[in-house]
Write a protein that binds this ligand. Structure first.
Ligand SMILES: Cc1cc2nc3c(=O)[nH]c(=O)nc-3n(C[C@H](O)[C@H](O)[C@H](O)COP(=O)(O)O)c2cc1C
Length: 258
């Protein structure tokens, strides 16, 4: 494989959940945001909220960004040309999430290059009510994901990924045989166990219902974690309400078409 400073930095990246107290300079913040902005976009539908409140930020990170899908500011622009949104919020949200996610990942890569660490927080949409109040958000702004950034106070190894043959399917999606699936599961489980990842994170998801617990921190690893995430109710079942609270009607147009 080819190695160069950018590739090396990407391959060495890992989520950082422990930060020093050092506050990144204004110059650093500006650089992160400009790098984020320069990501490819469909419509520049991303906006960033920022809190520099280390005491209260997740993981006590000096910088806490909330990456939003922001149609409000775009609709303000449209209005100045006497246009209004045609009304497929589902499509708008899809493209907005693409924009916002690319922006966020550009910031992560920029952060790495400045020796900062970062970690995403995926549960942010479920806090839309507090975020709307706290940041005085207008309607049509959806808090998509959180992103903590700061100088790392630990240096964990990069985390494992599936083997490439389980990811790259050229020309045709293959018959996934059980052997490949098992190999991919083993790579992930063995890799996380070798790092004591869940033991250190204290992040074993409890079982719901009458399933009997057969794992402990010596055996609990990524596959079991992700099964428990997707196989049980991890988040409150009200995601559509979160979109609605932020002024997006994702299903209305499709209901009308039925
Ligand atoms: C959209 C998204 C949401 C995430 N949410 C959380 C979270 O809520 N809490 C957390 O500790 N890590 C979160 N992460 C970080 C993942 O756990 C992490 O990226 C994954 O375990 C792979 O590890 P790595 O980033 O160190 O390679 C999130 C990552 C992404 C991309």
């Amino acid at each position: 494989m080819i190695s160069n400073p950018i590739i090396d930095s990407m391959l060495n990246r890992k989520s950082i959940r422990h930060y020093t107290e050092a506050m990144p300079s204004e110059d650093v913040v500006e650089t992160l945001v400009r790098a984020g902005q320069q990501a490819p976009f469909a419509s520049q539908l991303g906006s960033l909220l920022l809190k520099r409140d280390q005491e209260n930020n997740p993981f006590k990170a000096p910088l806490f960004f909330i990456v939003c899908v922001d149609s409000y500011k775009w609709e303000r622009i449209m209005a100045r040309r006497d246009w209004s949104m045609h009304g497929d919020d589902m499509l708008l949200m899809l493209l907005g999430m693409q924009d916002a996610a690319l922006m966020a990942e550009n910031m992560v890569i920029a952060a790495e290059s400045l020796e900062l660490g970062s970690c995403f927080l995926g549960g942010i949409p479920f806090h839309s009510e507090e975020i709307i109040k706290d940041f005085k958000l207008p309607p049509r702004v959806f808090p998509m994901v959180g992103l903590t950034i700061g100088y790392p106070s630990n240096d964990p190894p990069p985390r494992p990924r599936y083997p490439m043959e389980f990811v790259l399917f050229e020309d045709e999606y293959p018959q996934l045989d059980d052997e490949l699936i098992q190999r991919s599961m083993d790579v992930m489980d063995e890799g996380y166990l070798a790092q004591d990842y869940y033991t250190k994170l204290k992040a074993m998801i409890p079982l719901e219902g009458d399933r009997e617990e057969t794992f402990d921190y010596d055996t609990y690893s990524w596959i079991e974690h992700i099964c428990r995430k997707w196989g049980q109710e991890l988040f409150p079942p009200n995601l559509l309400q979160q979109f609605e609270r932020c002024g997006f009607d994702l299903v209305g147009k499709y209901k009308e078409e039925e």
